[in-house]
Write a protein that binds this ligand. Structure first.
Ligand code: NCD
Length: 360
């Protein structure tokens, strides 16, 4: 099935030249915001957030307002007909009829792809469960470009909840498309980077380092990307407690880092970076959050003007009898969806959430 609109579900759907264009446009907007202030006059953006958000939702809304457009939407599905049992398909179908662009966040992995399947306007994935978060990745790339002057040849360490952190998954995939980036994954064994990301890197011939403490890795890094332990994705409180506070970046550890190393964090921070680090000139996470407005302005503008380009939604085929083994996959809740998979040797990969299943 072809996409009718310029959706952004997964950055991988587009060549990196498109991301570079987006980053350049964001930098142009930063230089002269006034010349973009009426570009979306008369246009409406809907934000449908089925999960909590501060930065992503408000930066999208700020972006649309700065472009001269208007906003509608909900940030709590309990206040909408979702609480009456309305399915995702119907909500998206209706709201996309009211708007020129739709931004959605859901706890279900692959939900944004469902949005793209049914919407009558472009859909932007603002996070689908622990799966992907492409607009945070564009924010991160823009920040790296501004702060380091390049997107290649970077030694980047990811620390924290690498299993459930969707921002990490999206950013690793994106940075692996630029040359000579070196990845170090710092996590406990329980929260290590998912197999599908490791497979993704191996399929591109990219090796990576594994570390169990910040101290053993920090000295050699250009960038340290800290993340929060994703409490809401744990099955029990005990499990969460056993993982929280394992990694805390403080002023002592910052002393071990290079003078040019920068610290990024998609935020919200809980305890993983102490407040004292905020005063270190290498702490870039508040600037990073601010950059999110400009990249989202660039994205809204490009998607509405059709400059992103429409690409196919599915490339595999339907296997009606096969059920995705990822319990967080959108196909489990939205049972009317076709079970689409791509075939890779003796594995099937779910086209919504990328879970790999061994064929019998
Ligand atoms: C992140 C998210 O929602 O995945 N936040 C964000 O969008 N800036 C990170 C997180 O919640 O830990």
């Amino acid at each position: 099935m072809q996409r009718k609109f310029n959706h952004l579900i997964d950055l991988e759907d587009y060549p990196k030249e498109k991301w570079n264009q987006m980053i350049e446009l964001a930098q142009d907007i930063m230089k002269s915001p006034a010349s973009f202030s009426e570009k979306c006059k008369g246009k409406i953006m809907a934000t449908l957030f089925y999960e909590p958000s501060t930065r992503t939702q408000m930066s999208f809304q700020t972006a649309m307002i700065k472009l001269g457009g208007s906003i509608i939407g909900f940030d709590n599905p309990d206040n909408s007909s979702v609480s009456k049992g309305e399915n995702l398909k119907d909500t998206i179908k209706i709201v996309s009829g009211y708007s020129d662009i739709l931004v959605m966040r859901s706890p279900l992995e692959g939900a944004a792809k469902v949005g793209a399947l049914v919407a009558d306007c472009p859909v932007i994935n603002a996070g689908d469960g622990g799966h992907l978060h492409p607009t945070q990745t564009l924010t991160d790339l823009l920040t790296l470009k501004i702060q380091k002057g390049r997107l290649d040849n970077l030694k980047i360490g990811f620390c924290g909840d690498l299993k459930n952190g969707r921002t990490v998954h999206s950013l690793v995939k994106a940075l692996s498309c630029y040359n000579d980036n070196e990845f170090t994954f710092i996590s406990t064994k329980k929260l290590e980077i998912p197999l599908y990301i490791k497979n993704y890197l191996s399929s591109k011939g990219i090796s990576f380092n594994v570390a169990y403490s910040i101290e053993e890795a920090i000295e050699s890094l250009d960038v340290l990307y800290m993340t929060r332990i994703q409490k809401e994705r744990f099955s029990s409180e005990e499990e969460y407690i056993s993982q929280k506070n394992v990694y805390i970046l403080d002023a002592e550890k910052m002393k071990l880092a290079d003078k040019d190393m920068i610290v990024l964090h998609p935020l919200p921070r809980v305890d993983e970076i102490t407040i004292e680090v905020d005063d270190d000139s290498r702490a870039m996470y508040f600037k990073q959050a601010n950059n999110g407005v400009y990249i989202r302005m660039a994205l809204i503008l490009s998607a509405i003007e059709g400059a992103v380009g429409a690409v196919p939604l599915f490339s595999g085929k339907e296997f009606p009898e096969i059920i995705c083994t990822n319990e967080k996959c959108v196909t489990h809740k939205e049972t009317y969806l076709p079970h689409n998979f791509t075939k890779n040797g003796d594995m099937l990969e779910c086209e919504y959430c990328e879970q790999r299943i061994l064929m019998k």
